[in-house]
Ligand binder design. Structure first.
Ligand SMILES: [Zn+2]
Length: 388
């Protein structure tokens, strides 16, 4: 089959480099300049686009629509986030993370967000331009969100009133179709004791002793939830990641804080997990300490059937165009798939041109070969689902 897309590797790499050159770090949430660039680019390509001032007026998002919505054909939603995580220690980078360096010999574009997930955004923009030239019989909606990296209601706001038949969240998968995304919750627990002089430890209540009382219940809980497994995303996890507390060597600790990263499966609910996390600290409370447990961030898990139509269509084209793997797969990290599937009831896969192991690393790069193939696969998918 001839290529449907006319986009060259050079053109795709140039656009990706340009997207990377807009520093859209989050936190603090500097997506606006990048959003405005995408909006202008789509408008210049003759696509009906808008800047969306919800939910935060100073952090605009982009939505664009092609097609008059012939209901016999599908309405497909392409989604990408335009925020990127901060670059971290710049000494670990050999390039400027926000220059958008294109290395044509290597076939890579370097910079923060290249794989996660401006390659996906570039693929959606260029595929939309390609199909817009001939029009779309059903409808294609592009949604480019802010705040994904900090669990803000960016994609949720863009999609919640959409009536659509299918969606693709263009996170890095090297063109592998993923039908399930693991959930993520963060917790902070604070153990409070009574300060006192460390020469008389029995006169106070040392919050560090309270923390040590947790050890056994935490170990048992981690073993118990590791038995909850999903064939595509593995086991449920509760990992303590941050400890803070105490005042001074000779002062009994008034307060100790412990934070957890809790990865969960589609059949576990955040409210059930809240209760489990609270129960963990029962033993600490029994020893006389006050404990508060709070969930500070949540990305729900999401899942659609392995053989959903959008999954089958993209799998077929990705294997034909790029010899991409066709086995069922899922993502062990959380994505905005949850907003399309859980909040808007749109069957949605996770699939995109970035390289997942590059996400959030120093010297992050994306391969332009995957990018060009992604554009071709998207064009064919749009023809299949949205055109007569
Ligand atoms: Zn991402």
């Amino acid at each position: 089959m001839d290529d449907r897309s006319t986009v060259s590797e050079q053109e795709a790499a140039t656009l990706l480099g340009e997207l990377v050159s807009y520093d859209s770090q989050n936190p603090p949430g500097d997506e606006a300049a990048c959003a405005e660039f995408i909006y202008r680019w789509l408008t210049d390509a003759g696509i009906d686009a808008e800047l969306v001032a919800d939910p935060y007026p100073d952090r605009p998002q982009v939505r664009a629509t092609i097609g008059d919505g012939d209901t016999e054909r599908d309405h497909l939603v392409l989604n990408g986030h335009i925020d990127v995580v901060p670059p971290g220690n710049l000494e670990r980078w050999s390039v400027d993370p926000f220059e958008g360096v294109v290395d044509a010999d290597e076939g890579r574009v370097y910079g923060r967000g290249a794989s996660d997930m401006k390659a996906g955004v570039a693929a959606a923009m260029l595929a939309a331009r390609e199909v817009a030239a001939d029009g779309v019989d059903g409808r294609l909606t592009l949604t480019f969100a802010m705040g994904e990296e900090t669990a803000e209601p960016g994609t949720k706001t863009l999609v919640e009133n959409l009536e659509a038949d299918a969606g693709i969240v263009l996170e890095p998968t090297e063109l592998e179709v993923q039908t399930v995304g693991k959930g993520l919750a963060w917790y902070v627990a604070t153990i409070s004791g009574d300060a006192g002089h460390a020469s008389k430890p029995h006169a106070g209540a040392n919050a560090v002793d309270g923390l040590f009382a947790l050890e056994e219940s935490l170990r048992a809980y981690r073993e118990r939830i590791a038995e909850r497994t999903h064939p595509l995303v593995g086991e449920s996890l509760c990992t303590p990641t941050v400890l803070e507390g105490g005042t001074k060597e000779n002062v009994l600790a008034e307060e100790v804080e412990i934070r957890f990263d809790r990865r969960f499966l589609p059949d576990e609910s955040p409210s059930e997990i809240d209760a489990e996390m609270d129960d963990l600290f029962e033993i600490v409370r029994e020893r006389g300490f006050d404990v508060t447990v709070e969930r500070t961030r949540t990305y729900e898990a999401a899942e659609i059937p392995i053989d959903a139509t959008i999954a089958e269509t993209v799998r077929d084209h990705a294997s034909t165009v790029a010899d991409a793997p066709t086995d069922p797969a899922g993502k062990s990290a959380a994505t905005d798939q949850r907003n399309l599937v859980n909040d808007a009831d749109i069957p949605t896969i996770i699939w995109g041109p970035g390289t997942p192991t590059q996400a959030h690393t120093a010297d992050e790069w994306a391969e332009t070969a995957y990018l060009v193939d992604a554009i071709e696969v998207l064009c064919r998918t749009i023809d299949d689902r949205c055109n007569a």
